[in-house]
Design a protein around this ligand. Structure first.
Ligand SMILES: C[S@@+](CC[C@H](N)C(=O)[O-])C[C@H]1O[C@@H](n2cnc3c(N)ncnc32)[C@H](O)[C@@H]1O
Length: 878
């Protein structure tokens, strides 16, 4: 029994039953693959009625139609057939290596024994350099094709040429375009409609780089090579495995490697990729392999979107975020001009592969951060996923999704895999129906409405910021009566159990959340449209109204509620720096919200205000150009100013040194209000610093000795901007400066802090013990004069040396510090301008002045006197 092709009818429906019939026909007709010449063997198979009728039918199937897909849904075998159908539709244009492989897969799905000769044929074709990459159409309708084959395939080709040319001459088998045009009689007015349909496949796989796994081989063997765009970090971890995989299958690997940290997510990285793709002569229908996490998915995908205006790519996801979210996402992008995700294209991969094995090399902090994206899908889309998360709990983090200490095939192994799979399913179901983001009903934006306001400012990992947004959102949902109190607490519990944050001290500033809401409303076309759980967990609704007053009052209540949770709602390793990332707030000076540690926050919806106020010619609010404004405002403001005018610093660079500090008729460096304003505009100190201040006062120690909030933030940022690893803090007092430095160091960084007063040291140690960064600090009790000499003699090295003990001995600390300074290191001397404000007869006044003069005369160094707080002399070797 053969399927009869009605050649006059297009859009033949091909269903699983037709696949089954084809396999049965193969068996019944005893189609076997002859030995001997491989080309002859392939031709013989193509001539068989069973195969040819099946192929002809497939070529006319409307493979992108939803009703065709609906026939296949249900089980994995069906879905594999559906993917085969999408390829067989274009069989005329497939390389022989690919067609024989797909057919072997189809036959094997119905009858493993019958598939043996088909597998053998596929292997022989793949092994034949000449045949493997050649297009099937050359064999069946080309000039040299046999008359028998032409007789079977030529008529249909002719029909396709007129009725469905895409099936015969495709440049992409993953997209279809259609459209219609209506014109006026004289064609002076035209109304047109265009639409694109895109197909993609997503699969959770295991051991994808094991040579026994044929998924990548099947994709690239027919092409004989694989051009891979690989994240540098992944190359270090898996570069050899990747090379071995392709070598084992005799596929040439052209590897292009890029640094793909969050800061690299800009157009220059995309440009480099484009140049390399062109240099590697990638053709427009050759799928590029992209290997990496969220940033790589965004940037690599964007490069493919631009290259040849659209080049297919296979996304091999190596992180949770890419695995369930950024990887299969159609939204590719990069940052630019101080805006986040401002450039981009809608260009999903043709195949997404997620393999949990890669999670083995992820830090636990990264795993936690990725789980936030899973929680958002669970809460808004899938109650069963939520229950799975409740069941798995913290073990998801400790076992890295069932990869460490969990038996393969065990319940937890299966549970972990299903969590990834369900999250991915929920995500693409929300995304794919809204490809161009033409509306804002986007469940996957849950947790992303208020978090952009504080994520960067607090240096939070994206996942922690989103988790706070989700917790707060769930509270609003509960207040609206959309979910029960029980469900609200279930959501908080899931977040807290995996160590994600419910709160952060940054929430003490509700303004940042409000500003984010204002911007988000603007970006969402004038609607807040904040996705929140509604009805029950797993269902989504949208909050469109929230006044500032309500936001502020509910936030206070929410913070209070969270105190009942472990760690009083705080997350574990919530900051970028905790997981070895650069602190985003110090990496790029974006505006309120810029580059984040992940790519999944509402790309294209979070383009923020520009970073700076433009160039000199930019218009002010009142329409004046900048230079006019300078002339009017600044010139008159500085009229009459003499030596202290701003001009002096530019035209007169030879300000004289004086033997003694010059007269300065003020008690402080700043006029009233100056410091307060600066502090108001500085990232607020966290609760740990508030604790130090309180403990200092409680111990009846003189609190103004501390460096305080502005200088503390400055020291932290210096440490992080200079990428320091070791800091020497001379003069601990109660620990403020030490803890500030510690905050700017990576997790393996160290602050050595010296203090000779036992009472101060005791208070400091307690504060260190209570702080997350305290473990980075080593408190040395003793006389700094002696301790630094011993350290210098022992050859210790530091990236930063901070002088803040007895001022009269600064010269000594300075010399020892220079000895211990690592290449490129920095010395900072605190209170360096105090000589101006101390009483004339104060011995410290002259000592500080002498010290400043010493450094001024020192040809080994360059220095700058900063008017921060009481003056900081910043020194480095030249
Ligand atoms: C200005 S406070 C330091 C403030 C500290 N950096 C902070 O941010 O809180 C100076 C500290 O240096 C300590 N100190 C002064 N001379 C010292 C010395 N020779 N050895 C060790 N500690 C000393 C004092 O006891 C005092 O606690």
């Amino acid at each position: 029994m053969h399927i009869t092709l009605d050649k006059t009818v297009g859009a033949q429906v091909v269903q699983p039953k037709h696949f089954a019939a084809f396999v049965a026909d193969v068996q019944e007709a005893g189609v076997t693959v002859p030995d001997g010449d491989v080309t002859a063997a392939l031709e013989a198979v193509l001539a068989s009625p069973a195969l040819s009728t099946f192929l002809l039918r497939c070529s006319r199937a409307d493979v992108f139609d939803g009703s065709v897909a609906a026939d296949f849904s249900g089980n994995i075998k069906d879905l594999r057939m559906l993917r085969s159908l999408k390829q067989l539709k274009y069989f005329y244009n497939l390389p022989a290596g690919q067609l024989t492989q797909v057919l072997a897969g189809v036959v094997a799905s119905g009858d493993a024994v019958a598939a043996k000769p088909w597998n053998a044929l596929a292997e022989r074709v793949l092994a034949s350099d000449e045949l493997c990459t050649g297009l099937i159409k050359n064999l069946i309708i080309g000039k040299t094709a046999s008359a028998d084959l032409k007789a079977i395939y030529e008529d249909n080709a002719e029909w396709l040429l007129h009725n469905d040319p895409h099936a015969l001459y495709p440049t992409s088998i993953y997209r279809q375009g259609s459209g219609h045009v209506t014109s006026s009689e004289d064609s002076s007015r035209i109304e047109g409609v265009m639409s694109t349909t895109i197909t993609t496949t997503i699969e959770i796989v295991r051991d994808v780089l094991s040579p026994d796994n044929h998924q990548l081989r099947d994709m690239y063997k027919p092409l004989k090579r694989c051009v891979a765009v690989v994240d540098e970090r992944l190359d270090k971890l898996y570069g050899t495995t990747l090379a071995n995989y392709f070598a084992a299958h005799d596929i040439e690997l052209v590897q292009l490697t890029y640094r793909c940290m969050e800061v690299d997510k800009d157009i220059s990285t995309v440009e480099k990729m484009l140049v390399d793709l062109k240099g590697s002569r990638v053709s427009r229908n050759e799928p590029v392999l992209i290997v990496g996490g969220g940033v790589m998915a965004d940037v690599g995908g964007f490069a493919c979107a631009l290259y040849h205006r659209n080049t297919p790519y296979v996304m091999l996801c190596t992180s949770i975020v890419s695995g369930i979210d950024a990887g299969p996402s159609p939204r590719t992008c990069c940052d630019g001009l101080g805006y986040k995700n401002v450039f981009g294209a809608y260009h999903p991969p043709v195949l997404t592969l997620t393999d949990r094995q890669f999670f083995r090399t992820l830090e636990k902090g990264w795993i936690r951060h990725g789980i936030a994206e899973i929680i958002k899908m669970a809460v808004t889309k899938d109650n069963t996923l939520f229950e799975a998360l409740e069941e798995a709990g913290d073990k998801l983090v400790t076992s890295k999704f069932g990869i460490e200490g969990v038996e393969a095939g065990s319940h937890f192994d299966t549970l972990s895999e299903s969590i990834i799979a369900k999250a991915m399913d929920g995500y693409v179901r929300s995304e794919y129906g809204n490809l161009w983001e033409t509306h804002q009903c986007r469940p996957h934006a849950y947790g992303h409405t208020w978090s952009p306001g504080f994520e960067l400012q607090a240096g939070l990992l994206h996942g922690h910021a989103v988790a706070i947004g989700m917790g707060y959102g769930a509270y609003l949902s509960f207040l609206e009566g959309w979910i029960s109190e029980v469900d609200f607490h279930r959501i908080l519990k899931v977040i807290s159990t995996v160590g994600l944050s419910l709160v952060h001290p940054i929430l003490d500033n509700p303004n940042s959340l409000w500003q984010s809401q204002v911007k988000m409303t603007e970006k969402r076309g004038g609607n807040l449209c904040a996705p929140l759980p509604r009805g029950s967990i797993g269902k989504c609704g949208y909050l469109n109204d929230l006044t500032r007053e309500r936001l502020e009052s509910t936030l206070i209540d929410y913070k209070e509620l969270c105190k009942a949770y472990p760690r009083e709602g705080a997350g574990i390793e919530p900051h970028c720096r905790d997981v070895g990332l650069e602190d985003p707030s110090t990496v790029k000076q974006h505006a309120d919200n810029a580059v984040h540690a992940s790519s999944t926050e509402e790309p294209s919806s979070t383009e923020e205000a520009p970073t700076a106020n433009g160039n000199g010619a930019a218009a002010n609010g009142n329409g004046e150009v900048y230079n006019d404004w300078i002339a009017k405002q600044q010139v008159s403001r500085n009229k009459g100013a003499t030596s202290s005018s701003l001009m002096a610093s530019m035209v007169d660079t030879t300000v004289e040194d004086t033997k003694t500090p010059p007269a300065f008729p003020h008690a402080t460096l700043f006029h009233e209000g100056g410091e307060e304003y600066a502090q108001a505009m500085t990232t607020p100190a966290s609760s740990e610093f508030v604790k130090i201040a309180k403990d200092t006062v409680a111990a009846e120690l003189f609190a103004p000795c501390m460096v305080g909030a502005i200088e503390g933030q400055f020291l932290k940022m210096v440490a992080s901007m200079t990428k320091a690893k070791r800091v020497l803090d001379i003069g601990t007092f109660t620990g403020y400066s030490a803890l500030a430095f510690a905050g700017g160091l990576p997790s393996d960084g160290q602050v050595v802090s010296i203090e000779f007063d036992e009472k101060c040291a005791d208070v400091a140690q307690k504060c260190f013990d209570a702080s997350a960064d305290g473990s980075k600090i080593k408190l040395v009790r003793g006389d700094a004069m002696k301790v630094v000499t011993e350290m210098a003699d022992a050859g210790e090295q530091f990236d930063i040396v901070f002088l803040d003990a007895d001022k009269v001995n600064y010269a000594h600390y300075y010399e020892a510090g220079l000895k211990m300074l690592a290449p490129g290191g920095t010395i900072l001397a605190d209170n360096a301008l105090c000589s101006l404000v101390y009483a004339d007869d104060d011995p410290v006044r002259l000592a500080l002045h002498a010290f400043a003069q010493k450094v001024r005369a020192d040809t080994r160094v360059e220095q700058v006197m900063l008017t921060v707080r009481e003056g900081i002399l910043l020194v480095r070797r030249v």
